[in-house]
Ligand binder design. Structure first.
Ligand SMILES: [Fe+2]
Ligand SMILES: [Fe+2]
Length: 165
């Protein structure tokens, strides 16, 4: 981004880049959690779960791309070392060690809840200060809210199906 583009940001740009890099680490961890979740998941309605995890993984990767582009626009450097992801991230990587569909979906819900909190916070911090980042964060937050809903709805369907058996 040019000097003027950066000049309209009415907050500490260095601090903003740091916050965006933290969110970038979250996105990569979420991407991998869902990507590998789709590979290992087992149990009832696993096909539906695979579809959700695959779609969500693609969304998280797209979010990572949006955030990295904004970091570059702001004159920063996106995290270059995957080894920094875990210590930089806001949200924990939830390892799908237990591949049972309910366990993996519950981890997904937990991850999305953390993401919703992170992006709500970023919205507040950028409101009236950086309209471009604000707009990007709002788009991402809309996806994360949908993701939580998707995982929760699938969990409810599975629980319902098991009760009726
Ligand atoms: Fe995301
Ligand atoms: Fe998500």
């Amino acid at each position: 981004m040019g000097t003027k583009g950066r000049g309209i940001v009415r907050m500490d740009v260095g601090k903003l880049i740091e916050l965006l890099n933290k969110a970038l680490a979250d996105e990569w961890l979420a991407y991998y959690q869902y990507w590998v979740g789709a590979k290992v998941v087992k149990g009832p309605m696993k096909e539906a779960a695979i579809t959700e995890f695959t779609e969500h993984a693609a969304d998280e990767l797209r979010h990572a791309d949006m955030i990295a582009n904004r970091v570059v626009q702001l004159g920063g450097t996106p995290l270059t070392d995957p080894r920094s992801w875990e210590k930089t991230a806001n949200c924990a990587y939830l390892n799908p060690e237990d591949p049972y569909v309910k366990a993996v979906l519950e981890q997904g819900v937990e991850g999305e809840r953390c993401a919703i909190e992170v992006y709500s916070g970023l919205l507040e911090k950028t409101q009236d200060k950086d309209p471009l980042t604000y707009n990007m964060v709002l788009q991402i937050l809309q996806d994360e809210v949908e993701h939580e809903e998707d995982f929760q709805a699938l969990l409810e369907d599975i629980e319902d199906m098991m009760k009726r058996r």
